[in-house]
Design a protein around this ligand. Structure first.
Ligand code: ACO
Length: 311
């Protein structure tokens, strides 16, 4: 019996075998991977900005070293992900153009401002915490280059989460003002961190198909619940209050119940109307334009090297 390419592909997915760049794949599988991986790459690159904002103002040399390392890791994650995405037949130039023109999406979470040092703690603890929960299942995603990139990314994310939580711990063990600063950061970052994991399953356009392809291994709502269940006890250790009056342990389900998420706010931010959307895109466009001379010089140098070899 001769199987069609599509049947062979489905059988591979069913056997949990990786799909590699040169393997046959349905056009929709390719497209949806380009969409998700490029959005993910853009998120890493734009995600450097809110924290980059605090590098010069870190309160000690040790904090500065850790923050610098973390922001550099994010650049690395972006570059792996752009490379993984290129294997699907899109150029890096095209991806950059889509980001700079505002066509491409990147994570909503990076469109909020970082106003105090405690935000570095809250981002590491909550945003990287949510990122790990989202990305650990992706280590097992069906597309080989994406899955392999995620292994290293997740290791680095767990260092990021710890450095953030440790900042929160120090602030919470510090003065009254420091503890208030930590609580204020939690108040501002809690809800956006829940939104970051994506719309509810009922509203999620891609989840059903992505679960079938094993691109996604868990749904947005499952990941959100896991994040809440993991994070509430961590807030208790800090002695901070999660800003949700409806948050309550549910004996029957074995999970925390939580309040209504403001999905209008989420979609406003996704559509470009969050507090920092304009500033983030301006920063990326300026970096691209101001870096033109570096690209030109590197290309000219590469051309010269090539000419030298031909002679
Ligand atoms: N911010 C911006 N857009 C979002 C977000 C978000 N937090 N969540 C969902 N969306 C968009 C989706 O991109 C999709 O839009 P599109 O059709 O134009 O692409 C739409 O909302 C509907 O959402 P879903 O159908 O749920 O989309 P999807 O199946 O892709 O799930 C998710 C969204 C969970 C973010 C998934 O893409 C994913 O796991 N991505 C990889 C991880 C990632 O990108 N993390 C970024 C932050 S982590 C970090 O950088 C530190």
């Amino acid at each position: 019996e001769i199987k069609s390419l599509e049947e062979q592909f489905d059988a591979k997915i069913a056997r949990d075998e990786k799909i590699e760049p040169k393997d046959w794949m349905p056009e929709k599988y390719r497209k949806t991977h380009i969409r998700q991986i490029s959005q993910h790459a853009h998120s890493e690159i734009v995600g450097m900005l809110p924290e980059g904002n605090w590098i010069t103002r870190a309160p000690s040399l040790r904090r500065k070293v850790a923050l610098l390392a973390k922001v550099q890791d994010e650049a690395g994650h972006g570059l792996y992900l752009y490379s993984a995405c290129e294997t699907l037949g899109i150029t890096r130039e095209q991806m950059y153009e889509d980001l700079h023109s505002g066509k491409a999406k990147y994570s909503s979470i990076f469109n909020y401002p970082t106003v105090t040092w405690a935000d570095m703690g809250a981002i590491g603890w909550l945003v990287d915490g949510a990122a790990i929960i989202n990305q650990v299942p992706l280590c097992n995603t069906s597309f080989g280059p994406y899955a392999r990139a995620m292994v290293r990314v997740c290791k680095e994310e767990s260092f990021h989460q710890r450095q953030g939580y440790e900042i929160m711990l120090s602030l919470c063990n510090g003065s009254e003002e420091q503890k208030e600063m930590a609580q204020d950061a939690l108040n501002r970052w809690w809800w956006p961190s829940l939104m970051m994991l994506g719309p509810t399953d009922a509203e999620s356009t891609h989840t059903a198909q992505s679960m079938k392809w094993k691109l996604k291994r868990k749904t947005n709502d499952e990941l959100r619940q896991q994040f809440i269940d993991q994070t509430v006890p961590q807030a208790d250790i800090l002695g901070l209050t999660i800003p949700d009056p409806d948050l309550k342990w549910n004996e029957e389900t074995g999970h925390y119940d939580f309040g209504e998420i403001d999905w209008d706010e989420f979609w406003q931010v996704v559509k470009g109307h969050g507090p920092m959307n304009k500033s983030r895109l301006d920063a990326r466009r300026n970096a691209w334009e101001n870096g033109a001379w570096v690209r030109e010089a590197a290309t000219a140098y590469a051309d010269k090297q090539r000419e030298g070899k031909e002679e």
